[in-house]
Write a new protein. Structure first.
Length: 185
């Protein structure tokens, strides 16, 4: 049962307003399903949109932010929990400990860093949590193609591209969550 979902996504909104709509819908879905949103703690970009939408829906939100990002990502007010850590490594480790599954929405190299570390840990057997790529417009298609290429070229196992499952939309995520949570608030 998934009671907490770790979100990786952009600290910027991107050019396409559909990305912010997806982030808001994601946050609202977490709240509606009683799934705790665990994320980087900032109020900027898609991550801030998702966190605020979850809180607006009565959902539980936990943020983890490194002290060095307190001025650029600016910690979100009103979170149920805000953990201030010293390093990005501590941030990722704590986010993983507090989550049952991982999801990535569109983002930049920070999102990719977090996602690739999660994929590496899964491939090495450090965790077996589901990893989902919430797409909403084929944003993740080049990444899934690259992962397949790496496996096909012999630099990774043949199943490398299956370590992260693309989800086309919020309905697909809702189906994955099933009846998760509901009692964690």
């Amino acid at each position: 049962m998934i009671r907490s979902l770790l979100l990786f996504c952009g600290s910027r909104p991107g050019h396409d307003p559909a990305h912010a709509e997806l982030a808001a819908g994601f946050g609202a879905l977490c709240a509606a399903r009683g799934v705790t949103l665990v994320y980087g703690g900032g109020r900027v970009g898609l991550m801030g949109v998702a966190a605020r939408a979850c809180m607006a829906g009565g959902g539980r939100v936990i943020g983890i932010i490194p002290r060095l990002l307190m001025t650029t990502e600016i910690a979100q007010d009103g979170l149920d929990e805000l953990h201030v850590v010293e390093t990005l490594h501590e941030r990722k480790a704590l986010m993983h400990r507090l989550s049952d599954a991982i999801i990535a929405l569109p983002g930049s190299i920070g999102t990719l860093d977090e996602l690739f570390e999660s994929l590496t840990w899964r491939e090495l057997g450090i965790h077996d949590k589901p990893i989902w790529l919430l797409d909403g417009g084929d944003y993740w298609q080049p990444l899934t193609a690259l992962l397949a290429h790496i496996g096909d070229a012999g630099f990774g196992p043949p199943h490398l591209a299956t370590l992260a499952e693309p989800l086309a939309d919020l309905a697909a995520l809702s189906e994955k969550l099933g009846s998760a949570g509901h009692a964690n608030r």
